[in-house]
Design a protein around this ligand. Sequence first.
Ligand code: C2E
Ligand code: MG
Ligand code: MG
Ligand code: MG
Length: 288
Amino acid sequence: RVDLAMYQAKAAGRDTLCFYDPSMHAQASERAALEVDMRAGLALDQFELYYQPQVDHGRIIAAEALLRWHHPQRGFVSPASFIPMAEETGLILPLGQWVLEAACRQLAQWADDPQLAELSLAVNVSPRQFRQMGFVQQVLATLASTGAAARRLKLELTEGLLLHDVDDCVARMSELKSYGVGFSLDDFGTGYSSLSYLKRLPLDQLKIDQSFVRDVLTDPNDASIVRTILALGSSLGLQVVAEGVETQEQQAFLERHHCHAWQGYLLSRPVPAQEFAALVRAHGAAKR
Ligand code: C2E
Ligand code: MG
Ligand code: MG
Ligand code: MG
Protein backbone atom coordinates (compact mmCIF):
# COMPACT_ATOMS: atom_id res chain seq x y z
CA ARG A 1 0.00 0.00 0.00
CA VAL A 2 2.84 2.35 0.88
CA ASP A 3 4.49 1.57 -2.41
CA LEU A 4 1.34 2.37 -4.35
CA ALA A 5 0.90 5.66 -2.50
CA MET A 6 4.50 6.61 -3.22
CA TYR A 7 4.05 5.58 -6.78
CA GLN A 8 1.01 7.78 -7.00
CA ALA A 9 2.91 10.75 -5.57
CA LYS A 10 5.72 10.14 -8.03
CA ALA A 11 3.31 9.79 -10.91
CA ALA A 12 1.83 13.17 -10.02
CA GLY A 13 5.20 14.44 -11.16
CA ARG A 14 5.56 17.16 -8.57
CA ASP A 15 8.50 18.02 -6.40
CA THR A 16 6.26 18.86 -3.50
CA LEU A 17 5.98 16.72 -0.41
CA CYS A 18 2.91 14.52 -0.65
CA PHE A 19 0.91 14.00 2.56
CA TYR A 20 -1.34 11.01 2.89
CA ASP A 21 -4.76 11.64 1.50
CA PRO A 22 -7.40 8.87 1.78
CA SER A 23 -8.52 9.41 -1.81
CA MET A 24 -4.96 8.64 -2.88
CA HIS A 25 -5.25 5.03 -1.79
CA ALA A 26 -8.51 4.60 -3.68
CA GLN A 27 -6.91 6.09 -6.79
CA ALA A 28 -3.83 3.91 -6.46
CA SER A 29 -5.84 0.70 -6.18
CA GLU A 30 -8.00 1.81 -9.07
CA ARG A 31 -4.83 2.20 -11.12
CA ALA A 32 -3.47 -1.14 -9.99
CA ALA A 33 -6.75 -2.78 -11.01
CA LEU A 34 -6.62 -1.07 -14.38
CA GLU A 35 -3.09 -2.32 -14.93
CA VAL A 36 -4.06 -5.92 -14.14
CA ASP A 37 -7.03 -5.59 -16.49
CA MET A 38 -4.86 -4.18 -19.26
CA ARG A 39 -2.44 -7.09 -19.06
CA ALA A 40 -5.37 -9.49 -19.24
CA GLY A 41 -6.89 -7.45 -22.05
CA LEU A 42 -3.77 -7.86 -24.15
CA ALA A 43 -3.76 -11.61 -23.59
CA LEU A 44 -7.50 -11.87 -24.27
CA ASP A 45 -7.46 -9.82 -27.45
CA GLN A 46 -9.68 -7.02 -26.14
CA PHE A 47 -7.86 -4.30 -28.05
CA GLU A 48 -8.73 -3.15 -31.53
CA LEU A 49 -7.53 -0.44 -33.88
CA TYR A 50 -10.00 2.04 -35.29
CA TYR A 51 -9.15 4.17 -38.29
CA GLN A 52 -9.88 7.82 -38.88
CA PRO A 53 -9.48 9.17 -42.43
CA GLN A 54 -7.25 12.12 -43.21
CA VAL A 55 -8.04 14.18 -46.28
CA ASP A 56 -5.83 16.37 -48.40
CA HIS A 57 -7.40 18.53 -51.09
CA GLY A 58 -10.61 16.58 -50.61
CA ARG A 59 -9.10 13.11 -51.11
CA ILE A 60 -8.60 10.51 -48.41
CA ILE A 61 -4.87 9.96 -48.46
CA ALA A 62 -4.21 8.47 -45.04
CA ALA A 63 -5.65 7.14 -41.82
CA GLU A 64 -4.72 7.47 -38.20
CA ALA A 65 -4.84 4.26 -36.18
CA LEU A 66 -6.50 4.85 -32.81
CA LEU A 67 -6.52 2.24 -30.09
CA ARG A 68 -9.80 0.99 -28.64
CA TRP A 69 -10.25 -1.23 -25.61
CA HIS A 70 -13.40 -3.31 -25.30
CA HIS A 71 -13.39 -4.16 -21.63
CA PRO A 72 -15.88 -6.90 -20.65
CA GLN A 73 -17.06 -5.05 -17.50
CA ARG A 74 -15.98 -1.46 -17.92
CA GLY A 75 -17.26 -1.36 -21.47
CA PHE A 76 -15.53 0.86 -23.90
CA VAL A 77 -12.42 2.45 -22.27
CA SER A 78 -11.01 5.64 -23.77
CA PRO A 79 -7.31 5.70 -24.69
CA ALA A 80 -7.08 9.14 -23.07
CA SER A 81 -7.52 7.35 -19.73
CA PHE A 82 -5.44 4.21 -20.21
CA ILE A 83 -2.54 5.37 -22.41
CA PRO A 84 -1.05 7.72 -19.79
CA MET A 85 -1.30 4.90 -17.24
CA ALA A 86 0.27 2.41 -19.62
CA GLU A 87 3.07 4.89 -20.18
CA GLU A 88 3.72 5.20 -16.43
CA THR A 89 3.66 1.47 -15.70
CA GLY A 90 5.64 0.45 -18.78
CA LEU A 91 2.74 -1.54 -20.18
CA ILE A 92 2.92 0.77 -23.16
CA LEU A 93 5.83 -1.34 -24.42
CA PRO A 94 3.89 -4.57 -25.12
CA LEU A 95 0.76 -2.56 -25.94
CA GLY A 96 2.64 -0.29 -28.33
CA GLN A 97 4.19 -3.29 -30.03
CA TRP A 98 0.75 -4.82 -30.42
CA VAL A 99 -0.47 -1.57 -32.04
CA LEU A 100 2.50 -1.40 -34.39
CA GLU A 101 1.99 -4.98 -35.52
CA ALA A 102 -1.74 -4.63 -36.01
CA ALA A 103 -1.23 -1.40 -37.96
CA CYS A 104 1.44 -2.89 -40.21
CA ARG A 105 -0.71 -5.94 -40.89
CA GLN A 106 -3.51 -3.60 -41.94
CA LEU A 107 -1.16 -1.66 -44.22
CA ALA A 108 0.00 -4.85 -45.90
CA GLN A 109 -3.62 -5.87 -46.40
CA TRP A 110 -4.50 -2.53 -48.00
CA ALA A 111 -1.59 -2.91 -50.40
CA ASP A 112 -3.45 -5.81 -52.04
CA ASP A 113 -6.51 -3.68 -52.77
CA PRO A 114 -6.17 -1.17 -55.63
CA GLN A 115 -8.59 1.25 -53.95
CA LEU A 116 -6.67 1.25 -50.67
CA ALA A 117 -3.10 0.66 -51.79
CA GLU A 118 -2.12 4.33 -51.88
CA LEU A 119 -3.08 5.03 -48.28
CA SER A 120 -0.59 5.91 -45.58
CA LEU A 121 -1.15 4.93 -41.99
CA ALA A 122 -0.24 7.05 -38.98
CA VAL A 123 0.52 5.27 -35.71
CA ASN A 124 0.77 7.02 -32.35
CA VAL A 125 3.98 6.26 -30.48
CA SER A 126 4.35 7.40 -26.91
CA PRO A 127 7.67 8.81 -25.66
CA ARG A 128 8.57 5.84 -23.50
CA GLN A 129 7.92 3.47 -26.35
CA PHE A 130 10.03 5.50 -28.76
CA ARG A 131 12.94 5.77 -26.31
CA GLN A 132 13.00 2.09 -25.37
CA MET A 133 16.06 0.11 -26.31
CA GLY A 134 15.80 -1.49 -29.72
CA PHE A 135 12.80 0.51 -30.90
CA VAL A 136 14.24 1.13 -34.37
CA GLN A 137 14.95 -2.58 -34.85
CA GLN A 138 11.48 -3.40 -33.58
CA VAL A 139 9.84 -1.21 -36.20
CA LEU A 140 12.03 -2.59 -38.98
CA ALA A 141 11.37 -6.18 -37.88
CA THR A 142 7.61 -5.51 -37.78
CA LEU A 143 7.66 -4.02 -41.26
CA ALA A 144 9.59 -7.02 -42.53
CA SER A 145 7.42 -9.66 -40.87
CA THR A 146 4.13 -8.08 -41.99
CA GLY A 147 5.32 -7.04 -45.44
CA ALA A 148 4.15 -3.45 -44.94
CA ALA A 149 5.92 -0.72 -46.92
CA ALA A 150 7.99 1.63 -44.74
CA ARG A 151 7.06 4.66 -46.85
CA ARG A 152 3.37 4.13 -46.03
CA LEU A 153 4.02 4.20 -42.28
CA LYS A 154 4.03 7.45 -40.36
CA LEU A 155 4.86 7.62 -36.68
CA GLU A 156 3.14 10.32 -34.64
CA LEU A 157 5.35 11.58 -31.85
CA THR A 158 4.54 14.16 -29.19
CA GLU A 159 6.57 17.00 -27.83
CA GLY A 160 6.93 15.11 -24.54
CA LEU A 161 9.74 13.24 -26.24
CA LEU A 162 11.82 16.39 -26.27
CA LEU A 163 12.06 16.45 -22.48
CA HIS A 164 14.68 13.74 -22.88
CA ASP A 165 17.79 13.23 -24.98
CA VAL A 166 17.09 15.14 -28.18
CA ASP A 167 20.23 13.89 -29.96
CA ASP A 168 19.18 10.31 -29.38
CA CYS A 169 15.70 11.12 -30.63
CA VAL A 170 17.09 12.69 -33.82
CA ALA A 171 19.34 9.65 -34.38
CA ARG A 172 16.44 7.20 -34.06
CA MET A 173 14.23 9.25 -36.33
CA SER A 174 16.97 9.61 -38.94
CA GLU A 175 17.62 5.91 -39.02
CA LEU A 176 13.96 5.05 -39.53
CA LYS A 177 13.64 7.85 -42.06
CA SER A 178 16.44 6.31 -44.10
CA TYR A 179 14.10 3.32 -44.60
CA GLY A 180 11.24 5.60 -45.65
CA VAL A 181 9.27 5.84 -42.39
CA GLY A 182 7.66 9.28 -41.95
CA PHE A 183 7.25 11.38 -38.80
CA SER A 184 4.56 13.67 -37.56
CA LEU A 185 4.55 15.88 -34.47
CA ASP A 186 1.17 15.36 -32.83
CA ASP A 187 -0.79 17.86 -30.70
CA PHE A 188 1.58 20.55 -31.85
CA GLY A 189 1.50 23.70 -29.79
CA THR A 190 0.39 22.07 -26.54
CA GLY A 191 3.76 20.76 -25.38
CA TYR A 192 7.30 21.75 -24.73
CA SER A 193 8.95 22.09 -28.08
CA SER A 194 11.19 25.02 -28.65
CA LEU A 195 11.69 26.20 -32.17
CA SER A 196 15.35 25.19 -32.09
CA TYR A 197 14.36 21.55 -31.40
CA LEU A 198 11.72 21.67 -34.05
CA LYS A 199 14.30 22.69 -36.60
CA ARG A 200 16.53 19.74 -35.70
CA LEU A 201 13.93 16.99 -35.90
CA PRO A 202 13.63 15.22 -39.26
CA LEU A 203 9.86 15.67 -39.37
CA ASP A 204 7.46 15.44 -42.31
CA GLN A 205 4.33 16.78 -40.70
CA LEU A 206 2.90 18.93 -37.90
CA LYS A 207 -0.55 18.26 -36.51
CA ILE A 208 -2.40 21.30 -35.19
CA ASP A 209 -3.95 20.27 -31.91
CA GLN A 210 -7.72 20.13 -31.87
CA SER A 211 -7.86 22.55 -28.95
CA PHE A 212 -6.81 25.34 -31.35
CA VAL A 213 -9.18 24.23 -34.11
CA ARG A 214 -12.23 24.03 -31.83
CA ASP A 215 -12.72 27.78 -31.37
CA VAL A 216 -10.80 28.99 -34.38
CA LEU A 217 -13.81 30.99 -35.60
CA THR A 218 -14.62 32.71 -32.34
CA ASP A 219 -11.31 33.04 -30.51
CA PRO A 220 -8.87 35.39 -32.24
CA ASN A 221 -5.98 33.91 -30.23
CA ASP A 222 -6.71 30.42 -31.52
CA ALA A 223 -7.04 31.81 -35.04
CA SER A 224 -3.64 33.45 -34.84
CA ILE A 225 -2.05 30.32 -33.34
CA VAL A 226 -3.41 28.27 -36.24
CA ARG A 227 -2.12 30.81 -38.77
CA THR A 228 1.27 30.85 -37.04
CA ILE A 229 1.58 27.05 -37.12
CA LEU A 230 0.64 27.06 -40.81
CA ALA A 231 3.29 29.70 -41.55
CA LEU A 232 5.86 27.79 -39.53
CA GLY A 233 5.06 24.54 -41.32
CA SER A 234 5.31 26.17 -44.67
CA SER A 235 8.65 27.84 -43.92
CA LEU A 236 10.10 24.60 -42.52
CA GLY A 237 8.77 22.61 -45.47
CA LEU A 238 6.42 20.49 -43.35
CA GLN A 239 2.93 19.35 -44.20
CA VAL A 240 0.40 20.67 -41.67
CA VAL A 241 -2.66 18.63 -40.76
CA ALA A 242 -5.48 20.10 -38.68
CA GLU A 243 -7.04 17.80 -36.10
CA GLY A 244 -10.56 17.84 -34.72
CA VAL A 245 -12.34 19.51 -37.63
CA GLU A 246 -16.04 19.21 -36.85
CA THR A 247 -17.75 21.90 -38.91
CA GLN A 248 -17.81 23.17 -42.46
CA GLU A 249 -16.94 26.63 -41.12
CA GLN A 250 -13.74 25.39 -39.47
CA GLN A 251 -12.76 23.64 -42.67
CA ALA A 252 -13.48 26.79 -44.70
CA PHE A 253 -11.27 28.81 -42.33
CA LEU A 254 -8.43 26.33 -42.81
CA GLU A 255 -8.92 26.32 -46.56
CA ARG A 256 -8.73 30.13 -46.64
CA HIS A 257 -5.40 29.86 -44.88
CA HIS A 258 -4.12 27.23 -47.31
CA CYS A 259 -4.46 24.28 -44.98
CA HIS A 260 -5.87 21.52 -47.16
CA ALA A 261 -5.08 18.54 -44.95
CA TRP A 262 -7.33 17.72 -42.03
CA GLN A 263 -9.11 15.04 -40.08
CA GLY A 264 -12.16 15.20 -37.87
CA TYR A 265 -15.74 14.24 -37.23
CA LEU A 266 -16.83 16.43 -40.16
CA LEU A 267 -15.67 13.62 -42.42
CA SER A 268 -15.73 10.66 -40.04
CA ARG A 269 -15.11 9.49 -36.52
CA PRO A 270 -12.54 6.74 -36.10
CA VAL A 271 -14.21 3.52 -37.31
CA PRO A 272 -13.40 -0.21 -37.44
CA ALA A 273 -11.24 -1.42 -40.34
CA GLN A 274 -14.10 -2.74 -42.48
CA GLU A 275 -16.12 0.40 -42.12
CA PHE A 276 -13.05 2.45 -42.96
CA ALA A 277 -12.47 0.51 -46.18
CA ALA A 278 -16.12 1.03 -47.17
CA LEU A 279 -15.79 4.74 -46.44
CA VAL A 280 -12.71 5.10 -48.64
CA ARG A 281 -14.42 3.24 -51.48
CA ALA A 282 -17.55 5.37 -51.26
CA HIS A 283 -15.55 8.58 -50.96
CA GLY A 284 -13.23 7.64 -53.82
CA ALA A 285 -16.17 6.73 -56.02
CA ALA A 286 -17.88 10.03 -55.23
CA LYS A 287 -14.80 11.95 -56.34
CA ARG A 288 -14.57 10.30 -59.74
P1 C2E B 1 -4.40 11.95 -30.82
O1 C2E B 1 -3.33 11.10 -31.39
O2 C2E B 1 -4.18 13.41 -30.85
O3 C2E B 1 -5.70 11.51 -31.60
C1 C2E B 1 -6.74 12.39 -31.92
C2 C2E B 1 -7.91 12.20 -30.99
O4 C2E B 1 -8.93 13.12 -31.36
C3 C2E B 1 -8.56 10.84 -31.05
O5 C2E B 1 -9.06 10.55 -29.76
C4 C2E B 1 -9.72 11.07 -32.04
O6 C2E B 1 -10.76 10.14 -31.89
C5 C2E B 1 -10.14 12.44 -31.62
N1 C2E B 1 -10.82 13.16 -32.69
C6 C2E B 1 -10.68 13.03 -34.01
N2 C2E B 1 -11.45 13.89 -34.69
C7 C2E B 1 -12.13 14.61 -33.76
C8 C2E B 1 -13.10 15.67 -33.83
O7 C2E B 1 -13.49 16.13 -34.89
N3 C2E B 1 -13.54 16.16 -32.64
C9 C2E B 1 -13.13 15.68 -31.44
N4 C2E B 1 -13.62 16.22 -30.34
N5 C2E B 1 -12.20 14.68 -31.34
C10 C2E B 1 -11.72 14.16 -32.48
P2 C2E B 1 -8.90 9.11 -29.12
O8 C2E B 1 -9.05 8.06 -30.17
O9 C2E B 1 -9.77 9.07 -27.93
O10 C2E B 1 -7.38 9.11 -28.67
C11 C2E B 1 -6.92 9.99 -27.68
C12 C2E B 1 -5.42 9.97 -27.60
O11 C2E B 1 -4.96 8.71 -27.12
C13 C2E B 1 -4.72 10.18 -28.94
O12 C2E B 1 -4.69 11.54 -29.28
C14 C2E B 1 -3.36 9.61 -28.63
O13 C2E B 1 -2.59 10.55 -27.94
C15 C2E B 1 -3.71 8.47 -27.69
N6 C2E B 1 -3.71 7.21 -28.47
C16 C2E B 1 -4.70 6.64 -29.17
N7 C2E B 1 -4.30 5.48 -29.73
C17 C2E B 1 -3.01 5.32 -29.37
C18 C2E B 1 -2.01 4.31 -29.63
O14 C2E B 1 -2.23 3.33 -30.36
N8 C2E B 1 -0.77 4.48 -29.06
C19 C2E B 1 -0.49 5.58 -28.28
N9 C2E B 1 0.75 5.70 -27.76
N10 C2E B 1 -1.39 6.54 -28.04
C20 C2E B 1 -2.63 6.42 -28.57
MG1 MG C 1 -2.28 11.16 -33.08
MG1 MG D 1 -3.41 14.93 -31.68
MG1 MG E 1 -3.94 14.04 -28.14
